[in-house]
Write a protein that binds this ligand. Structure first.
Ligand SMILES: [Zn+2]
Length: 364
């Protein structure tokens, strides 16, 4: 995360209840030999899961697979879920191979049930009623309140979570998709864990992250990741501008820490959300940025405007404005440099342009 989530971030009650239901089911399954209603909680959530045919079928298929696999598998799975409910502790000491003890068919069934709980069961009317009437759109609106996390994606700081439309009731607003920090395919028991689901912008969630594993690089190397509720990258980032005299100066994102654990987490964050390539892509033409963001009239205006844009951005702006963090970083770095050669080059190019325009006008 570029910015950690705020402490008053609401957890989605539907997820809390479904997560508790799944844990209850796995516990009951340990000493039960036949699939029955008693495997689910007695209350409204257990009843809703039982009465919904497709949800019940998923529970039953998993039960049959676990029962066929034997008592050890049932106990180990229950304990794996029970003992890893504290996600902050899990991020500190990730259990990367938590499900390797299970057969492929058991793994497939638990993935199938957990995906179904997330995709379908969460929206059932009796489940939403049991959660005090808060559906996922209501939760999303509460999440992005300005007094809570605000409108900008916490992972990248580059994009709105979802476009807000004036004159549209809260319940009909568009919402962002929820990202499973621990992906469903590798960590299915966290598919409805309330701390595991975070709204992200569509670029972070759908284009960049997909099903990447936070704790293992695709090259097989183990790694650590920021815990989204407590850790963030924003204080560890530098923007470096090189070759300011060249036609196209280069702009790079660097980490300003030597701490090995922090570097590991920063590199994970970068690899998961493709942060550096997105920022360096946005900043590929300094000339265009100067024209679009500053629009200088002359060299004095040029330098004054850069100083303006280099001023710290308020936390309110960071919650509302796309790219605000990154542009402030860029301009504060420009403000630190000797801009004279760059301004002189800019003046030369623009004077030539103006003279060229005047000579064209004179010929008309
Ligand atoms: Zn994002």
């Amino acid at each position: 995360m570029l910015f950690s989530l705020v402490p008053n971030t609401p957890r989605f009650e539907v997820f809390r209840l479904l997560n508790a239901e799944l844990l209850y089911f796995l516990e009951q399954a340990v000493n039960t030999s036949a699939f029955s209603r008693a495997l689910l909680t007695r209350g409204a959530v257990g009843q809703a899961c039982w009465m919904n045919i497709s949800t019940r079928d998923k529970f039953e298929s998993l039960f049959r697979q676990l029962h066929a696999a034997g008592a050890d598998t049932k106990i180990t799975l229950f304990e794996a879920m029970r003992d890893n409910q504290d996600l902050q502790a899990f991020f500190g000491n990730p259990q990367r191979d938590l499900f390797d003890f299970m057969s492929a068919s058991c793994q497939a069934e638990i993935k199938s049930l957990c995906t179904h709980l997330y995709c379908s069961t969460k929206d059932l009317a009796p489940i939403v009623r049991a959660s005090g009437g808060t559906n996922i759109t209501t939760h999303f609106n509460a999440f992005r309140e300005h007094t809570v996390n605000g409108r900008i994606c916490k992972a990248c700081g580059m994009k709105e979570l979802a476009v807000f439309r004036a004159g549209v009731p809260d319940g009909d607003q568009w919402r962002a998709d929820y990202d499973h920090q621990l992906c469903k395919s590798r960590y299915p028991i966290f598919a409805v864990h309330p701390d595991n689901l975070i709204p992200l912008c569509d670029v972070c969630n759908q284009d960049a992250k997909k099903a990447k594993d936070l704790f293992r690089h695709r090259n097989g190397a183990d790694r650590l990741a920021f815990y989204p509720y407590a850790e963030e990258a924003q204080g560890s980032i530098d923007i470096q501008i090189d070759n300011l005299r060249d036609p196209e100066p280069t702009i790079e994102v660097n980490w300003n820490t030597q701490d090995a654990t922090s570097l590991d987490k920063l590199n994970t964050w970068d690899e998961i959300y493709e942060i550096r390539s997105r920022v360096e892509g946005q900043f590929r033409s300094l000339e265009a940025i100067i024209e679009d963001e500053i629009g200088p009239r002359d060299s004095i205006h040029f330098v004054t405007r850069i100083r303006d844009e280099a001023r710290p951005v308020t936390s309110d702006t960071l919650k509302r404005k796309e790219w605000a963090f990154w542009y402030q970083k860029l301009f504060s770095e420009l403000d630190r440099l000797d801009l004279e050669p760059f301004v002189a080059k800019w003046n030369f190019v623009h004077q030539q342009g103006a003279e060229g325009g005047e000579s064209i006008l004179a010929r008309i």
